[in-house]
Design a protein around this ligand. Structure first.
Ligand code: 13P
Length: 255
């Protein structure tokens, strides 16, 4: 049995003061929900403040990116050990980073390895564009992303052990558009593409331990539909993770 997992990706939203306010409103509701791994991913500048507010709760903390090097002359970047001081998780390969900041499967792969080396659990995002979807290239695109992003991890992943990896299937056309995938369609990508590719790479036992989330226009009103699919283990939530009632309803739906 895979434990349900819900993470809020705040993207580039919330100052420190706003983050404190949102977290203080979220914590009581989230703390009352058992049986779900709950994770907040605020911007870097808010990690310290949010970490302090989450101390003593069962709510995890994640960053939205890292560089793959440990230290050095990389102006403006944040290293894995810097993030690991506060976080247990890091979102990697989000489609917005691939589209606007030149991230490739190769750089995502380096970041995944760096995260694992510093005991950060990567939340790896994969997803196809609308154009690729309409050309029926979803399977090819997603399986390539999973293979290339997880290339060479054999030594870092112990087959049979609990998975140190979370994957989020986020079709790009569903992100922030209000046009979510269908629950059946998303589950089919997980069962027909993501898990078989993981099984190919690391064996079936390992593939069955990886939590695979759906992301893209998940709201309080449609979350239960996605989470009722046995193949979908939770959600990566953007816009709705900034709204207290909506996010709590989504986490509730996963429990
Ligand atoms: P929305 O929930 O706003 O569509 O964003 C999804 C997402 O990109 C989460 O990483």
């Amino acid at each position: 049995m895979r434990k349900p997992f819900v993470a809020g990706n705040w993207k580039m939203n919330k100052t420190v003061a706003e983050s404190r306010h949102l977290v203080s409103e979220l914590v009581p509701g989230l703390q009352a929900i058992d049986g779900v791994d709950k994770v907040l991913c605020p911007p870097f500048t808010s990690l310290l403040a949010v970490a302090a507010l989450l101390e003593g709760t069962d709510i995890g903390l994640g960053a939205q990116n890292i560089h793959w090097e440990t230290a050095g002359a990389f102006t403006g970047e944040i290293s894995p050990p810097m993030v690991a001081e506060y976080c247990q998780y890091v979102i990697l390969g989000h489609s917005e980073r691939r589209a606007y900041f030149g991230e490739t499967d190769e750089t995502v792969n380096r970041k995944i390895k760096a995260a694992l080396a510093h005991d950060l659990t990567p939340i790896l995002c994969v997803g196809e564009t609308l154009e690729e979807n309409e050309a029926e290239r979803t399977k090819e695109v997603i399986s390539r992303q999973v293979r290339e992003d997880l290339y060479g991890l054999e030594g870092m992943i112990e087959p049979g052990n609990e998975s140190p990896l979370v994957i989020a299937y986020e079709p790009i056309w569903a992100i922030g558009t209000g046009m979510a995938a269908t629950a059946d369609g998303a589950a089919a990508v997980v069962s027909d593409v993501i898990r078989p590719t993981l099984s190919d790479l690391f064996g079936e036992a390992f593939a069955q331990t990886v939590r695979v989330l759906y992301g893209g226009s998940v709201k309080g009103g449609n979350a239960a539909e996605f989470f009722s699919q046995p193949e979908i283990d939770g959600g990566l939530i953007g816009g709705a993770s900034l709204k207290v009632a909506d996010f709590i309803e989504i986490v509730q739906a996963a429990s």
